[in-house]
Ligand binder design. Structure first.
Ligand code: 5GP
Length: 216
């Protein structure tokens, strides 16, 4: 989007370990008109997570029931667990005039682009492969198998940035917050993936960050 009314539905995706949750929580805290849609997941809660605040932690059976009742706007399997966005939560929030942020993976983002083409999609990239590994290891809450899987999938996910409206490299939290705020206010054109120069620059940054093996 280049001008006109402020966009209302935002999708933020990023490889695991990019710092997306931190950014999104800060954005929601700093923008009272925008709220986060809390997803459903079949993954077990981590120690620091709370039901209803971080996720609705549900059984496979409960997840199936919501899906079969067309209750998800989008849903996907990520790292062997299932995740879904409640249709009602998003529609109710939008109807009440609030902006909504979805923090979902690239598969979910693709579904949202089809179902709600007015959505604005943002992809966050970690500054480098080494940094992403460091962050994932520092999280210290996943088993070694899950960690290895997250790392290898993150490598593949990096290349998905081209399908999004905007791309940001999260090398500085404050700066990324500022840029995301601009995007939320409809003034983030310089971070659009539509420009040739921006695309070339991102390709370069990705290559220099140790991600070159992921480029097509
Ligand atoms: P985590 O298990 O680390 O909380 O999340 C793993 C991945 O699932 C992240 O990329 C996160 O953005 C994604 N995710 C979280 N909620 C949803 C959702 O409702 N739908 C989809 N498609 N992905 C989600």
């Amino acid at each position: 989007m280049t001008s006109g009314a402020a966009p209302r539905l935002f999708v933020v995706s990023a490889p695991s370990g990019t710092g997306k949750t931190t950014i999104v929580r800060r954005l929601v805290g700093g923008h009272p008109g925008i709220s986060l849609a809390v997803s459903h997941t079949t993954r077990p809660a981590r120690d620091n997570e709370r039901h209803q605040r971080d996720y609705f932690f549900v059984t496979d059976k409960a997840f199936d029931a919501i899906r079969d009742g067309d209750g998800f706007l989008e849903h996907a399997e990520v790292f062997g667990n299932r995740y879904g966005t409640s249709r009602r939560e998003v529609e109710d929030k939008l109807a009440s005039g609030r902006g909504v942020i979805l923090e979902i993976d690239w598969q979910g983002a693709a579904q949202i682009r089809r179902a709600m083409p007015e959505a604005e999609t943002v992809f966050l990239l970690p500054p480098s492969r080494a940094e992403l590994q460091r962050r994932l290891e520092g999280r210290n809450s996943d088993s070694p198998e899950v960690l290895a899987r997250r790392l290898s999938e993150a490598r593949e996910d990096v290349g998905k940035w081209r399908d999004f409206h905007y791309v940001l490299i999260n090398d500085d939290l404050d700066e990324t917050y500022r840029r995301m705020s601009l995007i939320l206010q409809g003034g983030g054109d310089r971070y659009s993936t539509g420009g040739k120069r921006r695309r070339e620059r991102v390709e370069q940054l990705i290559a220099s960050g140790g991600w070159s093996t992921t480029l097509p």
